[in-house]
Design a protein around this ligand. Structure first.
Ligand SMILES: [Zn+2]
Ligand SMILES: [Zn+2]
Length: 271
């Protein structure tokens, strides 16, 4: 299994339009963050976690051979705005793309993509097969996905555990009963927006405390705002086993369960 972080920025991305701060002007490629999403590739299927406004650009970079499914964490625009970009995969594969969403996310998709659900088979619309999910484990092409319940201020959101990998974005609280699902992780990707508190996202300190409690071998923080500071500076202050995520960071698990972390040393073309 390979997991690639397609985007690690908060809703505005980095650089933020019009902003002239040091982070937004940084030449370090790790300070350039598209909106949050991840790609999970198995030998027989490819799953995207969220499909935000940068989805097309992200898939040009990651260049998966196929796309079989999309699972949504929640319905905010920075996580769902790219659903139209599945269309080339519809054409290529000649099949519908499976979309996994809670009832609440489905309602938002029906509003935002009314033409997908209109019943009129207009050529060129994304073709999806919708699967309703809740907090119970489900399978994507035979691979087990375990939802993790979290809160994004008042909005219930889902994180996901897949094998020894877990992905929790856009949250400021994880339900107590969910911690048992987060044992023995190799890699935890966890939301940390910035250093100062925020109403609907973990701050860096809150995320660090949570990461220590969960105790994954490696934790990388995501959904990062330009207010977090320069990647290199923040990263240098973190304990071993913790880091800031960045776009293109990827993880590969071998058949024997061994983990390899692929750190990029330069930008991720096409820039
Ligand atoms: Zn978000
Ligand atoms: Zn959100």
């Amino acid at each position: 299994m390979k997991v690639t972080l397609l985007g690690t920025g908060t809703s505005a991305g980095i650089p933020v339009l019009t902003c002239r701060c040091a982070v937004c002007q940084s030449e370090d490629f790790r300070d350039k963050r598209l909106r949050c999403a991840a790609l999970v590739e198995w030998s027989d299927a490819v799953l995207a976690i969220d499909a935000g406004p940068d989805f097309r650009q992200q898939l040009l970079r990651a260049a998966p051979r196929t796309l079989d499914a999309v699972v949504f964490t929640h319905e905010h625009k920075d996580h769902v705005a790219g659903l139209d970009d599945i269309r080339p995969f519809n054409f290529l594969q000649g099949k519908k793309i499976s979309v996994y969403a809670t009832e609440r996310v489905e309602a938002a998709l029906r509003r935002e993509y009314h033409y997908i659900f209109s019943g009129e088979d207009y050529p060129g619309i994304p073709e999806i097969e919708l699967h309703l999910i809740d907090d119970k484990p489900f399978q994507v092409a035979g691979h087990l996905i375990i939802p993790i319940k979290a809160m994004h201020h008042k909005l219930p959101v889902l994180g996901f555990r897949i094998g020894n990998f877990a992905y929790i974005t856009d949250a400021n609280r994880i339900e107590e009963e969910e911690f048992q699902k987060l044992r023995d992780l190799d890699v935890l990707i966890l939301n940390a927006l910035r250093r100062t508190p925020h109403i609907s996202h973990f701050s860096l300190d809150e995320a660090i405390a949570l990461a220590q409690r969960i105790g994954a071998r490696y934790t990388f923080f995501t959904h990062i705002s330009h207010q977090m500071g320069l990647h290199a500076e923040v990263e240098s202050q973190l304990s071993p086993g913790m880091g800031l995520a960045y776009d293109g960071l990827s993880f590969v698990w071998g058949e024997d369960g061994s983990l390899q972390i692929n750190h990029r040393t330069k930008g991720w073309p096409p820039e």
